[in-house]
Design a protein. Structure first.
Lengths: 762, 439
């Protein structure tokens, strides 16, 4: 516990932690202090001058955001002098402000408006001509009305400090300063965090412009359905339509703060997209057409077909495939369906890689994103979090830039995050496993180094950084690692041994919002993995029941697999490649239309909440499974309630024991599941396998020298992102339109061929 | 135009009128680099700082901070590099002394910087000049090369194991880049915004390392302090303001120029009327802005017969400041409303835009001035100007806000008639064309 000191605020004594910032100390003790530019965990700015207070023995009013409390400090936060200063500042801020709140998207949730309610004057003394600057687009997703800017520079700081992009900066000088871009067009990861943190209507969500007013929106706190970071967000909807997604802290307070990435923030239009499946579809005859039908009929038909296969070949001839995109509840329903209704062990999830070897050998707790931010050393083997897990990328960046952490990167690609690295070890493509071997077994380091194509002492240097760390060491790894390497990574802390004051934490980098969830539930422990299931289609596997689609990577080279099945039932949002091959398609509800939970890469189980009624005739995946089970004569006992399923999970999965929805209510206090720690395991077999694999590595393989362009993963057109026109512009290289005054969507026509292209990991 | 000393032997201006004064040869024949030799021959860095402290030299850049004290703030045990940066931005309106020093006696600056570098343990020093002084960079670079060739600069200065290099760098034309921390940002290639203080540059300056920023005139005073000793230098001036000071005299005087006066020169009236040979065309003195544009304007009645001593304390007592010593003389044809508007336009143009009060306040002030000028004055406009100024003063991020505020405060107070006349020109008191709000 930190040392306490005394400060006297407005005549009252308070104990505050030594080193506390005055503005925080005042606020925590009930004195409100106005501020714009102060933003926790960003570099101090001290430019808005709203937070002025009087401190005894100091000549002028002082900005409380820059003052560190000292023992015995005497502070006044409320006086005539301070009120005049504050009102003066608000008056200045409004001088050149267009006062166009009635047409501003931010109106109603604008910090400047609120400040004016508190500290503005009725009479406007500024009667001069206002400075003018045109509204414009900075990118397909970011619009800008610089006249409303108060130059608090939160936007430029998040762009630089959070994102490492430095894509927006102030230009011009004095009253003509405007926030803008280098070269006039925003070429960055398009996270829109600048929009989020902007207290005014200056930076705007270009996809939501002039669509609704904030007070017309119903707001639902939920969890993002894209990557494994599990950002908390607020879904704004109106009359059954998702209008926008934000992370503004007035609505939601998750572990991501106000951070979101482009997908979380801008990809939501897939929810109400016109191509969503509207009704159940049935193909009565192989080779026939899919025809719309009723739920009753579709369920009846599917049940009948599954029963036929079961009767003919046994339940184990039917495969069940869940998805790391779906909630724990829906995946659990599928698992129960497989076990209790079909009695098959051929269940899996359409996941890119299994984390089972990692979790089996887990010898240290999972690092939360908060842990990452405060880590002292971060080791990243493979992966590209800035594209695939953007919040993790941000936490790493901040740990280094704001927290002085040391980052060690082993990667075959010079990823952008290497800018922050204390050590970047540039390895040959495909040699990630060798890194793990070298770290776990110093005796192999020399041979490994030559295969990796790095200097012999580079591994030693990295090991030394880890060894010398006081504080947390976070070990992160991407999907490149083999099963053996995953096991060894999970045991790496043991290889380094115990040291006073040092703690190891592990952080896998899976690709999907519920990758860890599908693992935890055991859905990945079936007899076959997704590839094997496809390979067995038509032989061992006669029928498949798939929720969500196979990944394009699964289907690649296995195009005919699905058509070899006797029967395929698919529940999906869209007519995907998997769905097109189906005999029955059930329209499923998206994350915005269901209740449930996702488990993120930290092991945090977070709530997904229904914000709009299911679109068209769609139903939550678990409800469909439940109905199908009933039609096959088994009541899964869920009573059509997701919280009952979660209760069932809590009873069935040890790591989730004791958890209930009410315990997950508060997104600001996320709950981490209790993954069992394995203790020290013998991994000699795995090491031997890694050694064997090492030998076959090509010592002359070319290194990849080019840093991949920003967005090469983020902007990829997947099943969901391809439904958002802005993503097509970005995927096509984010061309600058002829005029930045008109939406790029109206100016640039893309090659229609691009619309059909879909990729993994959307 | 006059360049020389009045009331004392020329010190910093000793060589400026000599033929080929900027060459190493002339500099050396006139006592150049003797101070450096003396320092390297047996003074410790602390001895040097001690002499500078004794000299009561105060920073000539405008703030008048005691130089020896600033030097002693540099942490002795920091493992980081240290830097000496010469502030040659000389952007304060009415100030043009640094430029003559560099143009005519560049080696004096080099010697001063070498001594400072020695005292502070800096191995790399920078001279940062305003963008408009590009021609001075050429002169400085030439002199630096001469010094380098002569073994006075670079590795093993004068054969000792003291290594010290000096580089030149120009800004791109922003007044704010004369402010020391904005200067450091600019030197690092960042936007010219001031930085938060603390930490002060002496602790964390250029690239986060301990850095002393001194004005050209400050650094060029150092060789003489070393040569004659701090006490002797101080004795040229007064107890609190040691040595001599350069005044850049401009405006309506018969003989403008750069004047070197002993600190405490007695008195301002004599200086204007005799030394500067009085007001041009026999007109009357109306006002003086004695320390560059950022100080209070002094009306003639605060000067004539008032025995104003020309040093830091004397000018404060007389209601203004030494500032940068940019001495602007205004005769009775000057309309102080117009001259103040002109200055305010300067501050508006130069406000870096970082902080609210200065950015928005100066913009608003100019708009009010313009409205009044074009006949849109309203009865309470003087009050409005004062209130805007009050909302800037003491609340801005850096002193530029105050600098914009003070001239207006003093002008309205001392010359209310000039303002009243313009304001009452307003048609009906409800604002002219300029006054109409537009969306
Ligand atoms: C707006 C502003 C402009 C300034 N311009 C200059 C300048 O042009 N030259 C200068 O030497 N100091 C200037 N200063 C003062 C410097 O910040 C700093 O105090 C000075 O360089 C320190 O050197 P000294 O101690 O030798 O005076 C300026 C200060 C402010 C606030
Ligand atoms: S655009 Fe918004 S966040 Fe950026 S400086 Fe302006 S008001 Fe602040
Ligand atoms: S007072 Fe503020 S706006 Fe003005 S120059 Fe200083 S920092 Fe910039
Ligand atoms: S909050 Fe302190 S100056 Fe902006």
């Amino acid at each position: 516990m930190a040392e306490l000191i005394k400060v006297i605020i407005n005549g009252q004594d308070f104990q505050v932690e030594k080193g506390a910032r005055l503005i925080d100390a005042c606020r925590e003790n009930g004195y409100s202090i106005a501020s714009f530019c102060y933003y926790a965990d960003l570099a101090l700015q001290a430019s808005c001058r709203m937070c002025l207070v009087r401190i005894e023995k100091m000549p002028k009013l002082q900005t409380s955001c820059t003052i560190t409390c000292t023992d015995g400090m005497v502070v006044t936060t409320e006086s005539e002098e301070i009120e005049k200063a504050r009102r003066g500042m608000v008056e200045f801020l409004l001088a050149n402000h267009p006062l166009d709140c009635p047409v501003c998207d931010r109106g109603g949730e604008c910090e400047l408006q609120e400040m004016v309610f508190d500290w503005g004057d009725l009479e406007e003394r500024f009667t001069e001509r206002k400075n003018y600057a045109p509204e414009k687009f900075l990118s397909p997703v970011v619009a800008n009305d610089s006249q409303r800017c108060i130059l608090c520079k939160r936007c430029t700081r998040v762009c630089d400090e959070w994102m490492g992009e430095d894509a927006i900066e102030a230009g011009g000088r004095g009253a003509h300063t405007v926030i803008g871009t280098y070269g006039g067009w925003l070429n960055c990861s398009q996270c829109g965090n600048c929009i989020e943190v902007c207290p005014t209507g200056t930076l705007l969500d270009a996809t939501y412009r002039h669509q609704t007013r904030p007070w017309e929106l119903s707001r639902t706190t939920s969890t993002c359905s894209f990557c494994s970071d599990g950002c908390q967000l607020s879904v704004g909807s109106r009359r059954g339509e998702v209008m926008r997604v934000v992370a503004r802290d007035r609505y939601v307070n998750g572990h991501n703060g106000e951070f979101l990435c482009i997908k979380g923030r801008f990809a939501h239009p897939f929810v109400n997209h016109e191509e969503r499946l509207r009704t159940p579809l049935v193909r009565y005859k192989k080779g026939g057409r899919l025809v719309p039908t009723t739920w009753e009929e579709a369920v009846r038909f599917a049940a009948q077909k599954l029963q036929e296969v079961k009767d003919a070949h046994g339940g184990s001839a039917i495969g069940v495939v869940g998805s790391p995109r779906l909630t724990n509840e829906s995946n659990w329903a599928l698992l129960r369906f497989a076990r209790d209704v079909l009695g098959t062990d051929k269940y899996t999830a359409s996941e890119a890689f299994s984390l089972a070897p990692f979790f089996e050998n887990l010898s240290a707790p999972l690092a939360t994103h908060k842990d990452i931010r405060h880590a002292k050393t971060i080791v990243l083997i493979g992966g590209e979090p800035e594209e695939l897990q953007p919040l993790t990328g941000k936490q790493v960046r901040q740990a280094v830039r704001n927290g002085g952490a040391k980052l060690v990167i082993f990667n075959s690609v010079p990823i952008r995050l290497k800018e922050q690295a204390a050590q970047f070890v540039h390895i040959r493509p495909g040699s990630e496993d060798a890194v793990v071997l070298a770290l776990a077994s110093p005796g192999d380091a020399e041979v490994a180094a030559s295969k990796l194509g790095v200097e012999a002492d580079e591994i030693g240097k990295a090991s030394q950084i880890i060894s010398e760390t006081a504080g947390d060491v976070v070990l992160m790894f991407g999907g490149e690692l083999s099963a053996e390497a995953q096991s060894v990574v999970a045991q790496l802390p043991a290889a380094f041994g115990e040291k006073e004051g040092r703690r190891f934490l592990l952080h896998p980098l899976p690709l999907f919002n519920n990758s860890v969830g599908v693992h935890d539930l055991g859905l990945m422990n079936g007899a076959l993995n997704p590839l094997e299931i496809l390979d067995a289609a038509g032989s061992e596997v006669r029928a498949l029941y798939v929720a969500g689609g196979f990944l394009p990577a699964h289907l690649e080279g296995r195009e005919g697999a699905l058509s070899r099945l006797d029967f395929l039932a698919v529940q999906e949002l869209f007519l995907t490649e998997t769905a097109e091959a189906a005999d029955v398609i059930f329209p499923a509800a998206s994350f915005a239309e269901t209740d449930g939970t996702f488990t993120n890469s930290d092991g945090l189980v977070q709530r997904v909440r229904q914000s709009i009624p299911p679109v068209h005739q769609s139903k939550p995946d678990w409800a469909i499974t439940s109905q199908l089970a009933s039609a096959l004569g088994t009541d899964l006992g869920f009573q059509m309630s997701s919280s009952n399923i979660f209760l069932d999970i809590a009873h069935g999965v040890p790591a989730y024991e004791g958890l209930r929805y009410p315990l997950l209510k508060d997104e600001s206090k996320p709950v981490q599941v209790k993954h069992a720690l394995a203790g020290r395991r013998d991994v000699t077999a795995q090491l031997a396998e890694l050694r064997r694999a090492l030998e076959s590595l090509d010592e002359n393989a070319e290194k990849i020298t080019e840093t991949p362009p920003v967005g090469h993963e983020l902007f990829k057109l997947g099943v969901l992102t391809s439904k958002v026109p802005q993503f097509h512009l970005l995927a096509a290289g984010n061309p600058e339109p002829e005029s930045v005054l008109v939406s790029p969507l109206y100016q640039i026509t893309l090659d229609p061929g691009l619309r059909r292209e879909a990729a993994a990991g959307d | 135009m006059f360049i020389g000393a009045i009331g004392c032997e020329p010190l910093q201006l000793r060589r400026v009128s000599l033929e080929r004064s900027r060459t190493l040869d002339v500099y050396r024949r006139n006592g150049g680099y003797e101070a450096l030799r003396k320092v390297l021959d047996g003074m410790s860095p602390d001895d040097v700082i001690g002499e500078v402290k004794k000299s009561a030299l105060r920073g000539r850049g405008g703030a008048g901070f005691p130089t020896g004290m600033k030097w002693s703030f540099v942490p002795k045990d920091s493992p980081k590099a240290r830097y000496v940066v010469c502030n040659a931005d000389e952007s304060e309106p009415g100030t043009f002394k640094d430029r003559y020093l560099m143009e005519r006696d560049p080696h004096l600056l080099i010697e001063g910087m070498l001594i400072a570098g020695y005292a502070l343990g800096a191995r790399v020093n920078y001279i940062y000049t305003r963008g408009e002084y590009r021609y001075l960079i050429e002169i400085m670079d030439e002199a630096l090369e001469e010094a380098r060739t002569a073994g006075l600069l670079g590795d093993r200065v004068l054969g000792t194991d003291f290594n010290c290099e000096i580089y030149t760098h120009t800004g791109a034309g922003a007044y704010i880049c004369g402010e020391e921390t904005a200067l450091l940002n600019s030197l690092e290639g960042l936007r010219g915004h001031p930085r938060m203080k603390p930490p002060f540059p002496a602790v964390a300056g250029l690239y986060g390392c301990p850095t002393v920023v001194n004005n050209v005139e400050t650094l060029t005073a150092v060789p003489d302090i070393i040569k004659m000793g701090g006490d002797a230098y101080k004795a040229l001036g007064t107890e609190k303001s040691g040595g001599t000071k350069l005044w850049s005299v401009s405006g309506h005087v018969a003989r403008p120029g750069v004047y070197e006066l002993p600190m405490g020169y007695d008195d301002m009236e004599k200086f204007i009327m005799e030394d500067c040979q009085g007001i041009t065309n026999g007109r009357q003195l109306k006002a003086v802005i004695p320390g560059g544009s950022s100080v209070y304007i002094m009306p003639a009645e605060d000067i004539i017969g008032r025995d104003v001593r020309m040093d830091y304390e004397g000018l404060v007592a007389a209601g203004s400041m030494v500032g940068s010593g940019g001495f602007i003389v205004l005769d009775d044809t000057v309309d102080v409303f117009e001259s103040t508007k002109n200055l305010t336009e300067f501050y508006k143009h130069e406000s870096c835009g970082w902080c609210t009060p200065c950015r928005e306040g100066t913009d608003w002030l100019v708009k009010v001035f313009k409205r009044i000028e074009s006949g849109g004055g309203r009865p309470d406009d003087a009050q409005l100007l004062l209130d805007i100024v009050d909302n800037i003063e003491g609340k801005s991020f850096c002193p530029l806000g105050d600098a914009a505020a003070w001239p207006i405060q003093s002008a309205i107070k001392k010359f209310p008639e000039d303002f009243r006349r313009h304001i009452s020109n307003g048609a009906s008191g409800d604002g002219g064309k300029e006054g109409l709000p537009t969306a």
